[in-house]
Ligand binder design. Sequence first.
Ligand code: FMN
Length: 205
Amino acid sequence: MKKDFIDFLAERKSIRKFDTSHRISKREIEEILSLAAKAPSGNNTQPWKVVTVMNKEVQKQLVPLSFNQSQIEDAAAIFIVFGDPLEYDVDHLADYKARNEHLSSEEIEKFKEKMTKFYEMSPIDKGPEALKLDCGLFSMNLLSAIRAYGYDGAPMRGVNFAGIKELLSIPEDWLPILIIPFGKANEPGRPKVRKPVAEFTRFII
Ligand SMILES: Cc1cc2nc3c(=O)[nH]c(=O)nc-3n(C[C@H](O)[C@H](O)[C@H](O)COP(=O)(O)O)c2cc1C
């Protein structure tokens, strides 16, 4: 089991060529997203929003907004991951906790106080840096979930996110994180090139 997971991590590659005849069901996509959402996030805010495109006409329209990268059209589906700053709003968060964790009104008030103090001390944790971190962790989980279901994909940011937001009528304040085309792989991917551990790690022993 451990060895399998090591292989799973070691063998991940960005895949950009897909079997264009393969279709993925909405049901399977929902399972992949549900698995990805097990990712951690600061204070369990879960600030990710995902737009799933599985429509060839829309995919064609996205190609020129993606520097003509063909994987956008060839993929069986595309996840576009955004970060929603509303999820860091203290009242919004407290409301979610009240509904899902069955807290008393006293516990909710304490939680609001704690979160307000936390954000006062560390405003960066309710800004774009935090959204990129929380949604980045979600996106990595999403890439793994895609593979766990027998598909492959590539994380991408080389796109015109402003144009994509306009085309798909995405709310103005959603922060674009990644676009992930995925499907049945039709290539082995490029060879792995990585820096050795000694080059990026400092040990304090
Ligand atoms: C933030 C980010 C943006 C990326 N943007 C693109 C992209 O626009 N197009 C693309 O083909 N690959 C893109 N990639 C994939 C990288 O090129 C790839 O992860 C890297 O070369 C390492 O290869 P590997 O994923 O196969 O290990 C992106 C990866 C990340 C993390």
